[in-house]
Design a protein. Structure first.
Length: 135
């Protein structure tokens, strides 16, 4: 299933938008899971590729969190799942970069991770319209 999602992501289906809309977060989850599978097999370079794709997708979805459409369409369970996945991806990428002796990338990822944690704490301290509406 994850490989099928990767093929869709790389096809026009995953690239062309008739109008701006929210990032398709499901791809980020699939890439994170592929990264986990490869990480468990100790295939660090391949895992790095998929975690990087997941980080790119999920961080875009995170950046859209305050859009009106996000408050209307993104259920709290999805927000929780994608937020936890992004947290996990940052942690895994830091481990990979440390193991591959890529100190610059480890530092840059740690900085993004720290910024994300701060934003997440701020976001989670406030009520959101989808939660108020029972979303």
């Amino acid at each position: 299933v994850y490989r099928d999602m990767e093929a869709l992501f790389n096809s026009p289906v995953g690239k062309v938008r008739a109008m701006p809309e929210l990032e398709d977060w499901e791809y980020g989850i699939a890439f994170a899971n592929l990264g986990d599978i490869l990480f468990a097999k100790n295939e660090m370079e391949k895992a790095e590729k998929y975690y990087s794709l997941a980080e790119n997708n999920l961080s875009k979805f995170w950046d859209e969190r305050n859009y009106l459409i996000a408050s209307l369409r993104v259920r709290p369970a999805v927000r929780k799942q994608t937020t936890e996945a992004l947290e996990h991806v940052y942690g895994q990428m830091e481990l990979i970069y440390r193991n591959l002796n890529k100190a610059d990338l480890e530092k840059a990822t740690a900085e993004k991770h720290s910024k994300f944690k701060t934003e997440r704490a701020d976001y989670e301290s406030k009520p959101h319209s989808s939660e108020l509406a029972g979303g």
